[in-house]
Design a protein around this ligand. Structure first.
Ligand SMILES: [Zn+2]
Ligand SMILES: [Zn+2]
Length: 109
């Protein structure tokens, strides 16, 4: 959800409070901000409360598509992450993969 989705669903909550609550929920590890580098800030429940998945983010319309990767995909990502982090003596415990691009409806316009 974006801030606008939240304030649209609960109009009594001022935008500033919505931001503050989200910041608190983020530090408590309940909510995570999607790693999009576009102008759309979006938040979702932490994976402990949902399940592991990845995102396809449309940088034109802001649409977010949740994708659940196959076990094969996850194994490949895990071994690539392992390779990337090992040289740094870093122990990876999870990963987040958000793909930024253009959704099918934006491509056809
Ligand atoms: Zn789009
Ligand atoms: Zn994954």
């Amino acid at each position: 959800m974006s801030i606008s989705d939240i304030t649209g669903a609960i109009p009594d909550i001022p935008r500033s409070s919505a931001y503050r609550h989200l910041a608190d929920l983020q530090s408590a590890g309940v909510v995570r901000r999607l790693a999009a580098r576009d102008e759309f800030a979006r938040f979702e429940l932490a994976e402990d409360l949902t399940h592991h998945h990845h995102h396809l983010l449309c940088s034109m319309c802001g649409r977010v598509i949740d994708v659940t990767p196959s076990p094969d995909f996850e194994r490949t990502v895990a071994s690539m992450v392992d390779e990337l982090t090992r040289q740094q003596g870093f122990h990876a415990t999870s990963h987040a993969l958000d793909v930024i691009g253009h959704c099918s409806s934006c491509q056809s316009t």
